[in-house]
Design a binder for this molecule. Structure first.
Ligand SMILES: O=C(O)CCC(=O)C(=O)O
Ligand SMILES: [Fe+2]
Length: 245
């Protein structure tokens, strides 16, 4: 796994990412934003590949109860049972260039067993958002990567123990949000349903937005009784930034 210390120093020693990182005006420990992580052409090709695939949600299995449409790769996550329910095998090839870029930009280590092995693609139509949540520390590794495409929106980080400690970040299309450390474990993040949002006095009209969230599941065996919550044996206990309950 990328140690968080390494990620920190890798990101801050890279000149390209440094200029982007400083554009985050509401810093939270371990939270990074890289604008223009992909080109417009890549965004176009990505959405074409995604839309050729099956969306679930909105009456369609495996998550028919979800209003928001999603696609799950690597592992299938059940929102109803709040756990990973199935290993789906390798990520599709149309995501290969992103994994390659995570390595090139030194966001992840070039160690195959440690590459993100799960990607959930979320679609937000106008009027759709995501409730405040922390991505399960029991199920998923310490680094969460989320690429936004098509439309901008605001994401709000709220500290679990102090709801007045809030930061709002503008996610532009083609930007990559990197959540590690405190931002990943001590905060909830959410996206509103508002069709229009305001950021630094500027109006942000929400349109169809798609995000690709990459996570790492270390081990999965749905029949193993020793598996932790979610059917995954991921030990995040040694993560210094895990909030103590
Ligand atoms: O759409 C996003 O950018 C965030 C998605 C998210 O937080 C999640 O799927 O857990
Ligand atoms: Fe999340």
């Amino acid at each position: 796994m990328v140690t968080l210390k390494q990620l920190d120093s890798q990101l801050s020693s890279s000149t390209t990412s440094q200029s982007h990182l400083s554009s985050l005006n509401a810093p939270i420990e371990g939270l990074f934003l890289i604008d223009d992580f992909i080109s417009e052409r890549e965004e176009f090709e990505l959405i074409n590949s995604i839309d050729l695939c099956e969306w679930s949600g909105n009456g369609i299995p495996p998550n028919p109860e979800m209003k928001r449409r999603t696609q799950h790769y690597g592992y299938e996550f059940s929102y109803r049972y709040r756990k990973v329910v199935q290993n789906l095998g390798k990520l599709p090839t149309f995501l290969d260039f992103l994994i390659k870029r995570f390595i090139e930009k030194k966001i992840i280590q070039p160690i195959e067993e440690e590459y993100p092995n799960m990607c959930i693609i979320n679609e937000y139509q106008v009027g759709q958002g995501i409730m405040p949540h922390t991505d399960s520390p029991e199920m998923f590794g310490p680094v969460i990567l989320s690429l936004s495409i098509l439309s901008s929106c605001l994401i709000t980080f709220t500290h679990i123990q102090d709801s007045t400690n809030q930061s709002i970040i503008l996610l532009k299309p083609r930007s990559l949000l990197i959540m590690t450390k405190s931002s990943r474990f001590d905060y909830k993040h959410s996206i509103s349903k508002d069709a229009v949002e305001y950021y630094n006095g500027e109006e942000i009209k929400r349109n169809r937005r798609v995000s690709l969230t990459f996570r790492t599941i270390m081990e999965f065996n749905e029949n193993d009784e020793n598996m932790g919550k979610g059917g995954c044996k991921f030990n995040n206990n040694n993560v210094q930034y895990k909030l103590t309950k």
